[in-house]
Design a protein around this ligand. Sequence first.
Ligand code: NDP
Length: 324
Amino acid sequence: SPNDATVLVFGPYNGDGVAELERRFTVRKLEKRDIDLLPEGERGAIRAVAVAGHLPNAVIDALPNLEIVGHFGVGYDGVDAAHAATRGVAVTNTPDVLTEEVADTTLGLILMTVRELGQAEAHARAGRWSAEGPFPLTRFSLRGKTVGIMGLGRIGLAIAKRLEAFGLTIAYHNRSRRTDVPYAYHDTLEGLARAVDILVVAAPGGAATDRAVNASVLRALGPEGIFINIGRGSTVDEPALIAALRDGTIARAGLDVFADEPHIPDALMALPNAVLLPHVASASRDTRRAMGLLVADNLSAWFAGETLPTPVPESADAGLTRAK
Ligand code: NDP
């Protein structure tokens, strides 16, 4: 029965999410992603893993009765779902429930980067408005701009809808053209970068997008260009981005994600033309609670013999959509 299932939860994991799993299952917590910390005698009882971010393959390989991994987050580049499938282990993620929140945050990051709102607030708080005068006029405006989105999926489309309401022109690059949108399609990222003022990455991480935003893409974006990343840090060649921001190859960047989180390179920290957020795009209490519920609902469906609400494509393709 579901209540007999022990779920191994790797920390750090959302508090509401752990509480929800504890209401439904027996929970075993490990604060480090090191399976050697779990005594051999306890491994056989584990039938599910819940995790946010990276899950080493060694964990999947060391748990003989593992059936399912519930990933907290839509971007599951930290979980090798193809490897899990070879072991008959299903993987689920948390699409849709975070889409609007992430798109909201992206618009905030774009406005901060283009209109220098963080710097303007610092000016007000430092008493400089009354002491020295108004905050300087900003070099950039959103008016009349074209925005290119790499990754026009669930989140990319929610960003595009908001930008449309702002009156901006939208273009995009995916591996395949969408037939349901009026936006200009570019079959290369470099072509998209050349055509737009602001380039927004909302694509997944992983091998297929690894350092796709490289020095030539940044050159194509150009000296008036603004780069925004809310996808994954791995999608950008970070040293090339730092160099481009330093030497004026591009004008600005707004980043929610980094190559080696939670570490942000000192060189990036030192740049006045970069806005840096600590991976907060979905980080509201409500949205994180909804994500935790969806992880728990996937595990509940599995142990009830029902179809998984949100299996990842690698699992669905392997027929791992319900318990055998
Ligand atoms: P979707 O799967 O709905 O959309 C992904 C889009 O990216 C698709 O349009 C896909 O189109 C495109 N894409 C995939 N691979 C490539 C590629 N190699 N080159 C170009 N385009 C590609 O995912 P979501 O919109 O739900 O989420 C997108 C990503 O956002 C997540 O994977 C995650 O990494 C990130 N994210 C970040 C958050 C944050 O806190 N900063 C929060 C939530 C998500 P096609 O298949 O045609 O290429």
